[in-house]
Design a protein around this ligand. Sequence first.
Ligand code: ATP
Length: 326
Amino acid sequence: VECIDDVDMADQVLHRKNSHKSNVLSEWDIPPDQLEITELIGTGRFGPVYKGRWHGDVAVKMLDIDMSDEEQLQAFKTEVSQFKKTRHDYVVLFMGTYLKPPKLAIVTSLCRGMTLYTRVHQRGERFGMNKAIVLATQVAQGMGYLHAKGIIHKDLKSKNIFLENGKVVITDFALFSIMRLSRENRRPNVMVIPDGWLCYLAPELITALRVDSSGSSDRELPFSTTSDIYSFGTIWYELLAGCLPFHKELAESIIWRVGKGIKQPLTHLQASKDVKDVLMMCWNYNPEKRPEFTDIIKTLNRLPKKRGGLHRSPSHPLHLSRSAES
Ligand code: ATP
């Protein structure tokens, strides 16, 4: 009798464990009849994003994932379990998943304002040094938080940074792994390189891309916290220069240069050595020599602020230096 009781109990424990497993997502599921999808905001390389309503305005990111594919569903669940751990002022709020087969979506808070990309590259806005430092510090703080939570962004770029009332909001973190598995991206021997993406990719990723292009397109790229740091370097450059590094170069040329360790020259940048040094540290060819976000925040805080607004004060001349470019 004792034996049967034990088996019974073990069964119950197992059942509870399994039902807990299958419930991992359900606590974040938004009942489909409660979510109202209103209008299309835009379509990115991974699919459409809609404006919706669920206890207020939300953004609904539709994902093209084959629900019958266990591998894809598992990758989705793993990434989503990461999102729900996040809560930071500079990181978009994950609100839940929307599941109405065949539709699957991620629901986040709706970002107001424009992306850093739109502000800098489409509207041609230039931020003064003080503002650039503030924005970069906020990005570094949000990213440092994600890294502390064990999350690698993998797609940090100015299109994924919103500016909302002077505050940054980082979006689209960790979606890259999910979308790598999406139907569109699973075509064999096809490597889709979106415009403006390469300049955020660290040399070790670029090199892996080169290997990949002759073989399978489905291999995992070696993203890491240090490859996120490299991408941050590119954002710092955009804030300072108002353009993307290598913006006049063809994709093949960028891949060749970055793979060889050649960096965007900085001679045209009107900035001090300390400011350029942040770039060089983040863009270091050796991933292990790149700083962490905590170091970057300290360095940014030490940069001299200009008194009285955005323009250089004659009493605080900038050191112009090339030595930072080595
Ligand atoms: P890419 O495909 O190269 O990443 P993208 O960033 O434009 O480009 P998506 O991230 O899919 O692609 O975004 C599509 C549109 O939806 C963009 O206009 C983007 O700014 C907008 N968007 C994405 N997330 C949100 C959000 N949380 N709130 C408001 N708008 C958003």
